[in-house]
Design a protein around this ligand. Structure first.
Ligand code: RTP
Ligand code: MG
Length: 139
């Protein structure tokens, strides 16, 4: 598998609960290299656009409120098979269903406040990375 990229956000709950360092440690220990990173906060419009695919879902309003309530860490990560390996590292959307040792099992609070985002395809990884970073911010 060629080296490629995924996009992640450490969500507001992870930041509020003091888990930035521990989560980044898990990510780098799993072999991901950081290609870009910033500490930032989504506006309502940013969150609505970022999660537009979910705009008909009953939890959409709650998701936008949650994702905008405080700062996040956004990053582009590089590794062989990055998208699938990162999804495996973070675990299931609902932490109650996430495998032992996964980031969501360790650090998520609930299905809504689940500590981390991971892109679900190479195509979305590229779109989501470009949403947050300009070419000169990616190394
Ligand atoms: P993500 O996009 O954040 O990596 O999460 P995911 O692929 O595992 O899950 P997805 O279905 O894409 O849902 C996006 C985010 O919406 C929130 N959510 N809340 N209350 C609920 O039933 C519910 N379901 C999803 C979560 O924050 C989820 O990560
Ligand atoms: Mg998703």
């Amino acid at each position: 598998m060629a080296t490629n990229r995924t996009f992640t956000m450490l969500k507001p709950d992870a930041v509020e609960n003091g888990h930035i360092g521990a989560i980044l440690e898990k990510i780098t220990a799993a072999g991901f290299k950081i290609a870009a990173m910033k500490y930032t906060q989504l506006s309502k419009r940013d969150a609505q656009q970022f999660y537009a695919v979910h705009n008909e879902r009953p939890f959409f309003g709650e998701l936008v409120e949650f994702m905008t309530r405080g700062p996040i860490v956004a990053a582009i990560l590089e590794k062989d098979n990055a998208v699938d390996d990162f999804r495996a590292l973070i675990g299931a959307t609902n932490p109650e269903e996430a495998a032992e040792g996964t980031i969501r099992k360790l650090f998520a609070t609930s299905i809504g406040e689940n500590a981390v985002h991971g892109s679900d395809s190479d195509e979305n990884a590229a779109i989501e990375g470009a949403f947050h970073f300009s070419g000169r911010e990616i190394f």
